[in-house]
Design a protein around this ligand. Structure first.
Ligand SMILES: O=C[C@H](O)[C@H](O)[C@H](O)COP(=O)(O)O
Length: 225
């Protein structure tokens, strides 16, 4: 089985009827949503969900998953999402699909945070995958200069030769910091720059990382926090 599917479906073991569930974004979380949807439609799984992107919301609705928003609930019991990189401390780089802002809001609202990934995503040190940062369009050139001054090379993301626009109508910079030895320091510095809405560094949040291996096995790493 595709390692993304293996991990994505395994994570659904954490979802029980009555729960409020955060639905991630990307090609691995896709399999999670499909499996949750299948259980809702065919096995009577009864949940309320919030999605981290318009695309994931659309997919969940197709299956008949009950979607709510943060005016209706004040926490999520479990969220299952993908990642672009994860290290041994279960710190992450996310945002390869541009969904990092909604993903981080959902991650902070959740009591239990599950990450699903294939084995290529598990790395000794974060940073080979350029760090996505969501930027307000106003004054983006100045924000670009400020981000560059932190010691990285940002590139404004494009898709199909057009500027990539997030679900929140912002830009993404993909920033090459090289290997990030101190992610807390980088995160703190980025948070101090006006115009930076959020970065794809998700630190000290993950409870469980489920890795699908190419040989069809699973590796499950629980947080030591
Ligand atoms: O913005 C996108 C998200 O952070 C994704 O969860 C992440 O990029 C991983 O996506 P995929 O499972 O497609 O590699």
């Amino acid at each position: 089985m595709n390692p993304k599917q293996l991990a994505g479906e395994k994570a659904v073991d954490y979802v029980k009827s009555g729960m409020k569930v955060g639905l991630g974004t990307g090609s691995t979380a896709y399999f999670t949503i499909q499996e949750i949807g299948r259980r809702v439609k065919h096995e009577g799984l009864d949940i309320e969900a919030i999605a981290t992107s318009i695309e994931s919301e659309r997919l969940a609705k197709e299956w008949g998953v009950k979607m709510v928003d943060f005016s209706e609930i004040d926490h999520l019991d479990v969220t299952i999402d993908g990642a672009d990189e994860a290290d041994a401390n279960l710190n992450l780089i996310k945002g390869g699909g541009g969904a990092l802002l909604r993903e981080k809001i959902v991650a902070f609202a959740t009591k239990f945070y599950v990450i699903v990934a294939d084995e290529r995503k598990y790395v000794p040190t974060l940073g080979a995958f350029g760090l996505p940062i969501e930027i307000i369009p106003f004054g983006w050139e100045e924000t670009f200069r400020e981000v560059t001054a932190l010691g990285c090379t940002p590139k404004r993301r494009e898709k199909n030769e057009e500027i990539f626009i997030t679900d929140n109508h912002n830009f993404i910079f993909d920033c090459d910091f090289g290997l990030i030895e101190n992610p807390h320091d980088v995160l703190q510095k980025l948070q101090g720059i006006p115009g930076v809405v959020e970065s794809g560094l998700f630190l000290d949040k993950t409870d469980v990382l489920i890795i699908g291996n190419n040989d069809g096995t699973l590796k499950i790493i629980e947080s030591k926090k």
